[in-house]
Ligand binder design. Structure first.
Ligand code: FAD
Length: 468
């Protein structure tokens, strides 16, 4: 049976695109190196019709599929399990830009298009595709939509879901749904697009998408500001919102220990405010000229300084300085990975609840594990924290993860729920949070999700064991 399926897959995509031996670790191990899977084969289709043929062959054989884009997901959703019976379906060869409709501010791309390539294709037309995250050089649009990725521009432009106008999807039976559309208004029944966005490969294979574009800003200004407390960071956020309105396109917060890790592992990266308890990275994008934008930005920071909301600030004087500031922020996950395995929490809370949440949860974790190190950073403007827990200095990171993860998660997620937050803000559920979701989501919501899964994938062939 296996030999017959492999022969069908080779006929569908060509023998060179069905990989069964050699070093397949780039497909089978996840970015964090937490999950190491095995696969019957890695299959690399080059077109939507080939994806459909692969899905039909697998469905007929009762073999499950794990879709994968750039394999940068952080919750173990895009790698196979360890049975060696699943087909890993890589969308990487499907990376064409199909069309740009500048007058309609829309771009249609295949699912395997790397996010940065989409940004560049838009920019070549004088337009902006605003989705932006540290993995943008490797992650794909299909993966971004399947996880409803967030990133640094959500404050102004929303998540991947908000940037998606239409989708092309191969269903679990291997049919092609052409839902590619450049429409901003379409109330013709249930929103199928929104079912597939965020479904993490469990309901269908995204093969292409039509995405929203925006005019490129005329000027972008970036600054770092030092705050003594998270309360001060929230006060600065509200001031920036009031003064900059939709011009505020980024508001990131970074705790002192997160930046200490960057300094330790990437000492060449400059941090203008190395002693700040909390550092805020603000970005303003403006359709007006550079001079007006800069004036407004500096006035905001000057007033915040005078009011004592911030203790110090550094405004980027050039594009290179602005990029350097973002580079520091985006290096935190990499610095953490260098420091060793850790317990990650991608959570969201009402912005107003964040200072109290952090104070009480920090204290509870220190009581549980004296000396535990808290790497706290995130998209404060969206109420999204990456509240990560690293072993005490000198401790064995692997052992800490194995022994403490369940107890640490219990403390953190209980506090999240008590503050009416979410245990998964932007990274998704995957395998990492599946059991936690079962514990914490309402039974009614879980039952509805299971019925949707059963309706769209009755054989449970698409990414089984993930999310639901
Ligand atoms: P993969 O990792 O390949 O897959 C992710 C999930 O989507 C899997 O469940 C997979 O089965 C499914 N999938 C992939 N392609 C398809 C498809 N075509 N059809 C159906 N299902 C599919 N995420 C954020 O949201 N915000 C951040 O700021 C952010 N920063 C990051 C920084 C770093 C350094 C890293 C390593 C990751 C970061 N991430 C962030 C997480 C990750 O980059 C995103 O989840 C991204 O959207 C995943 O895209 P991918 O192509 O790598 O997907």
């Amino acid at each position: 049976m296996t030999a017959a399926l492999l022969a069908q897959l080779r006929a569908a995509v060509g023998p060179a695109q069905v990989l069964t031996d050699g070093d397949l670790s780039a497909y089978l191990n996840d970015w964090r190196k937490r999950w190491r899977g095995r696969a019957l084969a890695v299959v690399r289709p080059g077109s939507t019709d080939e994806v459909a043929a692969v899905v039909r062959a697998c469905a007929a054989a009762g073999v499950s599929l794990v879709p994968q884009g750039g394999n940068t997901g952080l919750v173990g959703g895009g790698v196979p399990d360890d049975t060696g019976t699943q087909v890993l379906l890589s969308l990487q060869r499907m990376h064409r830009v199909r069309a740009i409709d500048a007058a309609n501010l829309a771009i249609t791309v295949e699912a395997g298009c790397v996010l940065q390539a989409v940004q560049q294709a838009a920019e070549a037309q004088g337009l902006l595709f605003p989705l932006s995250l540290a993995a943008e050089g490797s992650c794909t649009i299909g993966g971004n939509l399947a996880t409803n990725a967030g990133g640094t521009q959500v404050l102004r432009f929303g998540n991947a879901r908000d940037l998606c106008l239409g989708l092309e999807v191969v269903t679990a039976e291997g049919a092609v749904w052409d839902g590619l559309s450049g429409l901003r208004k379409d109330n013709t029944g249930y929103d199928l697009r929104d079912l597939f966005v965020g479904s993490e490969g469990t309901l269908g294979i995204i093969t292409a998408a039509t995405l929203k574009l925006y005019p490129l800003p005329a000027a972008t200004t970036t600054a770092m500001a030092a705050c003594d407390s998270l309360d001060a960071c929230v006060a600065l956020l509200n001031l920036a919102r009031a003064r900059l309105g939709a011009g505020l396109t980024g508001f990131e917060v970074m705790g002192r220990f997160a930046l200490d890790l960057v300094a330790r592992h990437f000492p060449a990266l400059p941090n203008p405010l190395p002693t700040a308890a909390w550092t805020v990275l603000l970005e303003q994008s403006d359709t007006e000229g550079e001079a007006q934008a800069r004036h407004r930005f500096e006035a905001l920071l000057g007033d915040a300084l005078e009011a004592g909301t911030i203790a110090d600030a550094a405004v980027a004087e050039s594009l290179a300085q602005s990029q350097a500031m973002w580079h520091v922020r985006e290096s935190i996950p990499l610095a953490q990975a260098e420091e060793g395995l850790n317990i990650k929490h991608d959570i969201s809370l009402p912005v107003s609840a964040i200072p109290a949440f952090v104070a009480s949860t920090d204290a509870a974790l220190q009581a549980l594990v004296p000396g535990v190190r808290l790497v706290n950073f995130g998209h404060l403007g969206d109420g999204n924290l990456h509240y990560n827990v690293q072993a005490p200095a000198g401790g064995d990171a692997g052992r800490f993860l194995a022994e403490m993860e369940a107890r640490v998660n219990h403390v953190v997620y209980d506090a999240v729920v008590a503050h009416r937050g979410s245990i998964s803000a932007e990274h998704g559920v995957g395998q990492l949070k599946r059991d936690e979701l079962r514990e914490r989501k309402s039974p009614v919501a879980l039952a509805l999700m299971q019925r949707i899964k059963l309706a769209l994938d009755p054989q449970n062939l698409l990414n089984p064991g993930r999310v639901v």
